[in-house]
Design a protein around this ligand. Structure first.
Ligand SMILES: Nc1nc2c(c(=O)[nH]1)N[C@H]1C(S)=C(S)[C@@H](COP(=O)(O)OP(=O)(O)OC[C@H]3O[C@@H](n4cnc5c(=O)[nH]c(N)nc54)[C@H](O)[C@@H]3O)O[C@H]1N2
Ligand SMILES: Nc1nc2c(c(=O)[nH]1)N[C@H]1C(S)=C(S)[C@@H](COP(=O)(O)OP(=O)(O)OC[C@H]3O[C@@H](n4cnc5c(=O)[nH]c(N)nc54)[C@H](O)[C@@H]3O)O[C@H]1N2
Ligand SMILES: [Mo]
Length: 752
């Protein structure tokens, strides 16, 4: 119950802007660059970003156009650059002055402000400070610690910014050592998409290319906020809208980035007040997409408006699917989807009228208990009318990290295919390699095993495990209990402050920086969300002379751990040598070194795009999914944890969320006024959030109530502040992805 005089927070709320981009984006870009790096260094980096001869934006995985604009970047890409190209330095003096316990008191934003790590650092058993250590000594220590833990108790985590070259060697070193445990950020991200699509179309990747957007009649954007997380996608959508394509957003929130967009680099756009994007916004309830998509398909099937020739030739399972959908009750679909039958029928009409349809989605779909089944409903709907494998149509899971897809292609996965391991055995067996067979632990299972004391050593190539995973307190305690952790990183984050008994913090070059090796300056390669493999080469002077590149660090670890099984020096001296290994082992990379030197790289084949469904047994499969009942007991809300406009995952650039009208505060809960009235809460009230799962309560304190246009029964908070509420045990069926968008909570006034 609310008290008569609730405690109110002093928070600045503004109107939600009517459009995204525009001059606001320009001023915001300049402000961040100046704060971090001075305009000179920042401008040099921006001019090289996403150009054929420059580096790939470390922000998102949206592809670069074949003919990039002179300035091919967005406001949030510029912030990512400012964050990395910062001239602030986390030097040994800083670590000498502050223990890990003192550093823990800082917020994620303040940790980021400490700047770039400048030297390899070690925290020795019994010490609470990181101290400098020489590189060779660090590698020797790592090898000794990993051997003492043993391969079965060692996990090798990867975050999706890592290049193909570093990723390939990293998984090779881990497997050569004997560990199958390769958890990665994709386990927390698009794993559900990969699992869903591998079952239905035989390929766990998207089937569209950027060109397809120029031909699509209808583009669905489901559970995605491109205005903040893939701003360059807005340029693609803007062109499609101007050409007459219809864009429909399916999202509990009316994200301003999808309503109107004004291209900040196009003065006319700014003057005209932008271009209208999404013609329609379907405000589904959180988790309601499965029922919604089933309703749309039901209406399509009632009209028998399907592509019979395609379905007969290329698919299997229509009859069971049709029978299932036909038996669904409209009233129940309305309740579960949170939208009326008429809306589902209207989208079915648009869908049938469109010759070519693209469906895009991101985290709004992947992080629910029923995520895989939900994504398979997209696949079902698209298969009905042959919207896979024709120009202007297809499936488009929009990836997050800029090389998360490439890292998977390079073999970073806890669940490798036997054929991939066979290829490794074939190519490295002579040197003594034997691939560990069977599945290793993914991210959630690694944490569970760590909690149980079965994983005792962690190596992390980038990322921030403590803040990115659920159950923050459980994860932090699990890491504290490790005998050894090793982080390869650019900046200090919370994971480094839960070091275990002994820890190494090894600083690497960022993407923006020149990578000079014995054989001259090197480039690395990445694969974007549409399977385009291309180069990335930094331009800035490294922030410290002690930094090493990720491939060099992985080789250093490999030599210390495995001895001279590979010509490590030659591989580090010239990355063409690494790429030659990749070309030999990974399908699709023949002539890698030649083809990647083409200005725009090359595209990996996607069989489903050619209507080759051999990966799913010769036919694409319709699936029968049973949507869960989303009704909640009284007083409970379903909470999603989302990104603000001023963050990159666990890296917090600033405290504003401009497109949602929130300033200077991240501990907020966005609620509908109906729920506020029902729960007796008022605007700006200070509240605690409590999640209940399997009888256990988890609580975060002192969040601020912000009234927002969100379907009643739903609420939203920011990731990672609300992660302590997400149970490690609550995961999506089949993909084991944490249910970060589907947390049942109570909201109660904070007690004074
Ligand atoms: N600037 C910036 N760029 C980024 C990132 C970043 O943090 N900052 N992160 C990168 C990464 S790793 C990723 S994975 C992507 C993430 O990109 P997004 O997936 O866009 O990220 P989220 O903020 O998690 O947004 C999820 C969206 O889904 C909606 N949503 C939540 N639940 C549901 C639901 O049940 N149904 C539907 N239909 N919608 C729902 C939310 O309202 C929100 O609009 O962005 C990448 N790019
Ligand atoms: N509640 C909730 N939790 C979520 C999500 C959510 O929507 N809600 N989203 C999930 C998703 S989609 C993802 S992808 C994960 C992200 O999980 P991670 O990938 O583990 O986390 P990031 O925050 O992207 O990692 C940031 C850190 O990477 C390091 N870094 C930056 N650049 C480099 C580099 O070039 N090289 C190296 N070696 N290190 C670098 C820096 O030290 C920085 O602190 O979080 C997941 N967690
Ligand atoms: Mo992600």
């Amino acid at each position: 119950m609310a008290t008569d005089d609730p405690e109110l927070a002093d928070i600045h709320l503004t109107d939600v802007p009517r459009l995204a981009g525009g001059l606001g984006a320009v001023t915001s870009t300049a402000r961040f660059l100046r704060r971090e790096s001075g305009l000179g260094r920042g401008a040099k980096a921006l001019l090289a970003m996403n150009q054929p001869s420059g580096f790939d934006c470390p922000g998102c995985a949206w592809p670069e156009p074949a003919h990039p604009a002179r300035l091919e970047f967005c406001e949030n890409g510029a912030k990512a650059i400012a964050e990395e190209a910062t001239t602030r330095r986390a030097t040994p003096e800083l670590f000498a002055a502050r223990s890990v316990d003192e550093l823990r008191a800082l917020s994620d934003f303040e940790l980021g402000q400490l700047g770039r790590i400048t030297e390899p650092m070690v925290l020795r058993a019994g010490d609470r400070h990181y101290r400098p250590i020489a590189w060779d000594e660090a590698f020797a220590l790592a090898a000794a610690e990993l051997r003492a833990a043993g391969p079965g108790a060692s996990a090798f985590y990867t975050s999706g910014r890592t290049s193909n070259e570093a990723a390939f060697l990293y998984q090779l070193v881990a497997r050569w050592f004997g560990s199958p445990h390769l958890p990665d950020c994709a386990n927390l991200c698009h794993e559900s998409s990969g699992v869903a699509l591998a079952e239905t179309i035989g390929v766990g990747k998207g089937t569209v290319q950027l060109d397809d957007f120029a031909e699509a009649d209808l583009i669905l954007v489901i559970g995605q906020n491109p205005g903040t997380n893939h701003p360059r996608m807005l340029s693609t959508l803007r062109e499609a809208a101007q050409r007459g394509a219809t864009i429909v957003a399916v999202n509990p929130l009316r994200e301003p980035g999808l309503v109107r967009f004004s291209h900040p680099q196009k003065p006319l756009d700014v003057l005209r007040g932008g271009v209208a994007l999404a013609r329609e916004h379907v405000a589904v309830r959180i988790g309601g997409d499965q029922a919604f998509l089933q309703g749309v398909a039901k209406a399509v099937l009632e009209r028998d408006a399907i592509d019979h020739a395609f379905v007969a030739e290329h698919t299997t399972g229509l009859d069971a699917y049709r029978a299932h959908v036909a038996a669904l009750d409209w009233r129940e679909l309305e309740v579960q989807a949170g939208v009326p039958e008429a809306t589902m029928r209207a989208l079915a009409d648009r869908y049938v009228a469109a010759e070519r349809v693209i469906a895009c989605w991101a985290m709004g779909l992947t992080q629910h208990p029923h995520a895989v089944a939900m994504i398979q409903e997209i696949s079902n709907l698209m298969l009905l009318r042959g919207n896979i494998g024709k120009p202007g149509a297809g499936l488009c899971p929009v990836r997050g990290h800029s090389n998360v897809q490439g890292d998977r292609t390079m073999g970073i996965t806890a669940r490798p295919k036997a054929g991939f391991l066979d290829a490794l055995d074939r190519d490295f067996g002579e040197a003594g390699f034997v691939a560990p067979r069977g599945d290793g632990l993914d991210t959630v299972d690694t944490l569970r095993a760590m909690r149980a004391g079965r994983i005792t050593a962690l190596v992390a190539l980038g990322g921030n495990l403590v803040s990115a995973t659920p159950d923050t307190d459980v994860t932090a305690a699990a890491l504290d209990g490790c005998r050894f952790t090793l982080s390869i990183a650019t900046k200090v984050n919370r994971t480094h402050l839960h070091p275990g008994a002994t820890a190494l913090l090894l600083p690497c070059l960022g993407r923006t920086e020149v990578d000079a090796q014995a054989g001259g300056p090197q480039f690395v390669t990445v694969e974007d969300s549409m399977s385009v493999v291309h180069r990335s080469q930094g331009v800035l002077q490294p922030i410290s002379e002690h930094l090493r590149s990720e491939p060099a660090i992985v080789c250093g670890l490999g030599r210390a751990l495995l001895g001279d099984v590979l010509p490590w020096d030659a591989l580090v001296g010239d990355y063409d040598g690494i790429r030659a290994l990749i070309a030999r082992t990974i399908p699709g990379f023949t002539d890698f070194n030649t083809r990647v030197r083409e200005p725009h790289g090359f595209v990996l084949r996607n069989a489903a795009r050619e209507r080759d469904f051999s990966g799913s047994g010769g036919h694409a499969r319709f699936t029968v999914g049973h949507a869960p009942d989303l009704r909640l007991p009284p007083g409970r809300l379903r909470m999603m944890t989302i990104r603000s406009h001023d963050q990159y995952n666990t890296t917090v650039y600033g405290l504003d969320d401009r497109y949602r009208g929130i300033k200077g505060e991240r501990r907020v809960v966005l609620m509908s006024s109906a729920d506020m009235v029902a729960l007796g809460l008022v605007e700006r009230q200070v509240v605690d959030l409590i999640s209940e799962f399997d009888g256990a309560e988890r609580r975060v304190t002192r969040f601020i109530v912000v009234p927002y246009d969100i379907p009643p029964g739903n609420c939203a908070t920011y990731f990672p502040e609300a992660n302590p509420l997400i149970p490690l045990e609550s995961v999506a069926a089949k993909s084991n992805t944490p249910t970060s968008k589907s947390v049942v909570v109570r909201v109660v006034p904070t007690e004074a």
